[in-house]
Write a protein that binds this ligand. Structure first.
Ligand SMILES: [Zn+2]
Length: 466
């Protein structure tokens, strides 16, 4: 009997990741446990699996309070990777700013607790910080949603200098704005905050064909801080582990590499570390002019294609495939979906903010599969629990991906997707790194902390080493 993707088996991995292990944010003990669990399973399958470590800044726990002058508490959560306030908290006049727009920013935010919808990103973040506000109360914009646990580029926030930030639900935020007091007291404390190690899990499976190229299949095993990360991305990891079993048992024609990355939610840190290692090796090898003349390939050259699984598990919602690279990748997914009568939204050369971006930046094309409905299942909040997921939900998308891999990755004699990026894809990828996630391989320690009035000079960011 042929081996087939089993939703039941994948679901069992998802249960361990979310129920037994729980929150797994980048650099935490939970993430390390998840990585060992995945590695041990790969080994059990007979794959040569290893952990690869890289430096990352993390804290285990954080607590925040926000109080009015009359002492009433406003429910809030600390923004992950926010800097802490002094132990007694900070009491400052507050000011409302409508949104992340340059016209909202001027001297009036200096040394105040700023209340606003959403939060700042990219260049505006830098401008915001230049006024050295005392704190930020970020009201999330979607109704009926628990505290959002993360915004992309949190390490970039540290680099610029983090302002102590708490997140409010829309409902609590509107109530606060309805009667905004003159001052607010914000207190944020973090525990076990340090430069620590994150880890990736890497396992190789040799293909029957003699070619030395590699197809990478990846998923991120970390969750947002404090959340169990079931759909995002326990489900993707569970599916990947099940794919590893299927292919280890049935064998593959092309070489496969299974990777689960850490630290995705705090700025694709695991993928960054992995690709940087390949890039350094590539640069080193190609210093020797004979290398390419002799037709040799670096480990980076050998990676031909990436399949990324990020957000999986629910039966409700809709499946998506987001491609970056040659238009035949999107065409293949559309044709198969049509043939299988499987509803699949295919988006071509569109940024998918996940581990694939690092590979795309290095010129490796990708397809990212996911199950949409982020808001419905409480994405990036404590509500992203296994209740939204089922064995059926995992099998529904898993079997479709299995068919696609079988046809377009394993069965074709000549690999169908060239390692080329059309201009539009190239631009989308580069722009993403410019605005959302500055491409910097260094970890920044929180040298620029909140400074009480009178000591406003900004200290230079200290680079972490490990
Ligand atoms: Zn994710």
């Amino acid at each position: 009997m042929t081996v087939q993707f089993s939703g039941k088996r994948a679901y069992e991995h998802l249960r361990v990741l979310t129920e037994e292990i729980g929150p797994r944010h980048g650099g935490s003990r939970g993430e390390a446990r998840a990585a060992r669990y995945i590695r041990d399973y790969f080994k059990q399958l007979g794959l040569g699996a290893k952990l690869e470590h890289y430096p990352i800044y993390a804290f285990e726990d954080a607590k925040a309070t926000l109080k009015t002058p009359r002492g009433s508490s406003i429910p809030c959560a600390p923004l992950p990777m926010t800097s802490a306030t002094p132990a007694r908290g900070v009491t400052k006049p507050c000011v409302f700013v409508e949104g992340a727009d340059a016209v909202c920013l001027d001297e009036k935010v200096r040394d105040k607790i700023v209340v606003m919808f959403g939060s700042f990103n990219g260049e505006l973040q830098e401008k915001f910080h230049s006024y050295e506000p005392a704190g930020l109360v970020s009201i999330q914009t979607a109704p009926h949603r628990l505290h959002f646990r993360y915004a992309y580029g949190s390490d970039a926030k540290r680099k610029i200098g983090s302002v102590p930030t708490v997140v409010l639900t829309l409902e609590d935020g509107l109530a606060l704005l309805g009667n905004l007091p003159k001052t607010l007291t914000m207190k944020i404390a973090t525990t076990d905050e340090k430069l620590t190690k994150g880890c990736n899990v890497v396992a190789d499976l040799k293909g029957a064909a003699s070619e030395d190229d590699v197809i990478v299949m990846c998923a991120h095993h970390d969750s947002v801080w404090g959340g169990p990360g079931a759909v995002d991305n326990g489900g993707g990891v569970a599916a990947l582990m099940e794919f590893a079993r299927v292919y280890a048992e049935q064998g593959v024609s092309r070489n496969m590499r299974f990777i689960t990355f850490g630290g995705e939610e705090t700025g694709v840190w695991g993928a960054k570390a992995y690709v940087k290692k390949l890039k350094d090796e590539d640069d080193r090898l190609k210093k020797d002019k004979n290398f390419e003349r002799d037709g040799l390939k670096s480990p980076m050259d050998r990676i031909r294609f990436l399949i990324n699984l990020d957000m999986m598990g629910p039966l409700h919602g809709k499946s998506n495939a987001v491609t970056l690279g040659h238009s035949d990748i999107a065409a293949s997914a559309r044709l198969l979906a049509n043939e299988l009568r499987y509803p699949l939204a295919v988006e071509e050369n569109k940024v998918y903010s996940s581990d694939n971006m690092m590979f795309n930046y290095a010129g490796i094309p990708s397809i990212s599969f996911n199950r949409g409905g982020f808001e419905d299942f409480g994405g990036h909040t404590v509500n992203d629990t296994i209740e939204h997921c089922s064995a059926k939900g995992l099998e529904h998308i898993g079997r479709m991906i299995e068919r696609w891999i079988d046809r377009y990755i394993m069965s074709l004699h000549v690999f169908p997707f060239p390692k080329k990026f059309p201009e539009v894809a190239d631009k989308a990828v580069k722009d993403w790194f410019k605005t959302d996630n500055p491409l910097d391989y260094e970890v920044f320690s929180p040298a620029k902390r909140y400074k009480p009035k009178g000591k406003r000079k900004r200290a230079p960011g200290k680079r972490g080493t490990l």
